[in-house]
Design a protein around this ligand. Structure first.
Ligand code: ATP
Length: 371
């Protein structure tokens, strides 16, 4: 099955999926109406705060829950009537649940034998597959150990190898790194990404950690209150957030009031306090003269000591030393305040509190928000 807009093969199509727990009329609405196309061989992340419905969506793909309305297609096939074990999908959970009395290789072999996709394999084929999987996750030297003799990170790798062993078409990962400490989590990010690339299996990764999502994903769907807020590459999500929720949830940002002065060739030219005009990608339904909000990331702003014609005057209200960066807070003429982050090059703050400065915007820094 191919996505008409991009021409890419689609692994999973989620069509108008709604999920209500309990009574369909009065129960808890976990997902309102979700449409998503996840491509083949993609590292796709479902990102959102606790309770936004990401695990519910994952569990419906796995077959542990069913949509109240809508359809889920796997490589073009409606999987509604397929039981979890009968889907070419496997899941890695946050808690890896390895059998404590079995060695690592026995754990993998057992997982494979008890999976429908592994049942037809001979003993020799299973042994080969187990070895391949241990090599893939760089654990070939640990085959004879018991789970208790491994660290948390090593156990997580084994859980990953076990889920990959039946060669699913889609691997679902539900916050698999959240039980690990920060350093290990960062190392595992790289490794997960490289394993996805090596195997070519479609990964659907659930997390509430925006940094994790940005670092690993080919594309991200940001969810809030049971709805998809935006789908895009990490750079699109970060640089061009569509609404206030996405702008605020991913990284730090400034919200700046502006008026749309002109619309031309897909661009909205927006006038901000102080008179400067910033260009942003136009959005559907936006009209000339409309009062809007722009999102501008702090690192896309800088300060100059002198006034210049194409800058915006401001007053320095605060300066914080952050080691790698300086963070400044300034006030514009209309009273709005903005945060600015600049790399710490001199080691000293350059400006004095209360000083009149001029604010510089890098080209393309503004993203017009829909709400
Ligand atoms: P978290 O990151 O905390 O796991 P999440 O984004 O994965 O959150 P879900 O677990 O999908 O969110 O939950 C979405 C909503 O559905 C929440 O309000 C939750 O309380 C509710 N919910 C989830 N599972 C059930 C269930 N089995 N019965 C009733 N309500 C449920």
């Amino acid at each position: 099955m191919t996505d008409t807009a991009t021409g890419r093969a689609t692994a999973i199509n989620i069509r108008s999926v709604r999920k209500v727990y309990g009574d369909p009329q009065s129960g808890l609405v976990a997902l309102k109406s979700v449409d998503l196309a996840i491509f083949d061989n993609e590292f796709f992340t479902l990102l959102g705060p606790s309770g936004c419905g990401k695990t519910t969506l994952l569990r419906m793909i796995a077959g542990f829950e069913f949509p109240t309305d809508g359809q889920i297609l796997l490589y073009g096939e409606d999987i509604a009537s397929r039981a979890p074990y009968d889907r070419p999908v496997n899941t890695v959970f946050q808690h890896y649940a390895l059998f404590p009395h079995m060695s690592i290789s026995e754990n993998l072999a057992f997982g494979l034998q008890s999976h429908p996709m592994g049942k037809r394999l001979s003993k020799a084929e299973i042994a080969t597959r187990v070895e391949e999987m241990l090599t893939l996750v760089q654990m070939q030297d640990f085959a004879r150990r018991k789970p208790a003799q491994l660290s948390g990170g090593q156990q997580q790798r084994i859980a990953l190898a076990r889920a990959l062993a039946p060669q699913p078409k889609v691997l679902l990962l539900d916050e698999p790194l959240s039980a690990l400490d920060l350093k290990l989590r960062q190392a595992m990010r790289e490794e997960l990404k490289s394993i996805q690339a090596k195997t070519g299996i479609t990964f659907i990764f659930v997390t509430h950690d925006q940094e994790e999502a940005l670092a690993m994903s080919d594309r991200i769907a940001v969810l809030a209150s049971g709805q998809v807020q935006q789908v895009g590459t990490p750079a699109e999500i970060y640089e061009k957030p569509l609404n206030r929720f996405v702008a605020d949830f991913i990284g730090e940002t400034n919200f700046l009031p502006a008026t749309v002065e002109h619309l031309q060739q897909g661009q909205a030219l927006c006038r901000i306090a102080g008179g400067q005009v910033l260009a942003s990608e136009a959005r559907e339904g936006i009209r000339q003269g409309e009062a809007v909000t722009l999102s501008i990331r702090p690192e896309r702003l800088s300060l100059l000591a002198s006034d210049s014609a194409d800058s915006t005057p401001c007053t320095l209200q605060g300066a914080s030393y952050l080691g790698t960066d300086w963070q400044y807070q300034v006030k514009l003429e209309d009273g709005s305040t903005l945060r600015i982050r600049t790399p710490n090059q001199a080691g000293l703050g350059q400006f004095a509190l209360g000083e009149r400065l001029s604010l510089q915007f890098t080209a393309g820094c503004a993203s017009l928000l829909l709400d």
